[in-house]
Design a protein around this ligand. Structure first.
Ligand SMILES: [Zn+2]
Length: 294
């Protein structure tokens, strides 16, 4: 298993919250245990909700959490000049071309509400496959036909590798959005391959994405990705048991810092949100509380 490099991969679409901090601190803990380097990779291709202050917030939060980054941007200008996903567009385009040439994609014109009409859970069931729209048509998403997808090799941290099928949430996942830009699954996979990241920490909510990316890697002939180890952590609930979200600004690290809270305060809050009996006051406490890692 290759634990030489792990990564922190936030999206600058809002202020980071306690749930992100938890994920980053777990990454730091795993990096410490395995002497892995940490890459900072900011997923900034989706510009709809992008704001420069959200990028700055990522740097400020990492400083506040005392997380040292070994590889990646150190500030906003390095981000723009070197590390932005914009600079890796040729890599994404090359992968999309390969999928197109190998006839692995189909064009989809569905809107979100049309998808919800067919499946109230919002899952896409492949309704455009037989329509055979041209991939070159304007305003179509490109999706992968996963109806005959094979078993995938999946390696969760400290568990036996398993053969697993693509979960329903990942059925016919999208690789290119209607605006012509590569979709999240493709960018994330290509980036992790590009930087040679084989230890990935992410929330349990991204489990279907992990499987979609394993499937996509196989379709692209990137066999090394199947060796990646994943650590899917539980999602943090806030103290009133509402799911933490970026819209809940009061749980943002930005807000905590503005209120004059210290890192020790953040650890206390994190310990409570994790439902731990003992108070957490430092990274060392946090590290010791993570029985799977320490
Ligand atoms: Zn469709």
């Amino acid at each position: 298993m290759n634990f030489s490099l792990t990564r922190i991969a936030p999206t600058p679409s809002g202020y980071l919250h306690l749930g992100n901090a938890y994920s980053f601190l777990l990454t730091k803990a795993l990096a410490r245990k395995h002497r892995a380097k940490i890459l900072l990779r900011i997923d900034d291709l989706d510009r709809e909700r992008f704001r420069p202050e959200y990028i700055q917030d990522i740097f400020d939060t990492l400083d506040f959490l005392e997380i040292q980054i070994d590889q990646g941007p150190k500030n906003l200008s390095e981000m723009e000049s070197t590390w932005s996903q914009v600079h890796r567009l040729p890599l994404y385009t090359e992968a999309l071309e390969q999928l197109k040439q190998n006839k692995l994609t189909f064009a989809c014109t569905c809107t979100r509400s049309q998808i919800l009409q067919i499946d109230p859970r919002g899952m896409y069931l492949g309704q455009c496959i037989d329509k055979r729209f041209s991939l070159d048509k304007e305003q179509v998403a490109w999706r992968i036909n996963t109806l005959d997808a094979d078993f995938l090799r999946f390696q969760e941290y400290l568990r036996q590798a398993k053969a697993i099928i693509l979960p329903e949430e990942a059925t016919c996942y999208s690789v290119r959005k209607k605006d012509g830009l590569p979709a999240y699954q493709l960018c994330s996979l290509i980036d992790d391959l590009h930087f040679k990241v084989y230890l990935i920490v992410r929330g349990q909510d991204l489990y279907p994405s992990t499987l979609a990316q394993l499937d996509l890697a196989r379709l692209l002939g990137k066999d090394t990705f199947a060796q990646t180890t994943f650590y899917h952590h539980p999602l943090l609930k806030s103290l009133d048991q509402k799911k933490l979200s970026k819209s809940a600004d009061s749980s943002s690290i930005h807000h905590l810092r503005k209120e004059g809270k210290t890192l020790a305060d953040l650890f206390l809050l994190l310990g409570k949100s994790l439902g731990l009996k003992e108070d957490l006051r430092s990274f060392e406490d946090f590290y010791q509380s993570q029985t799977l890692i320490k």
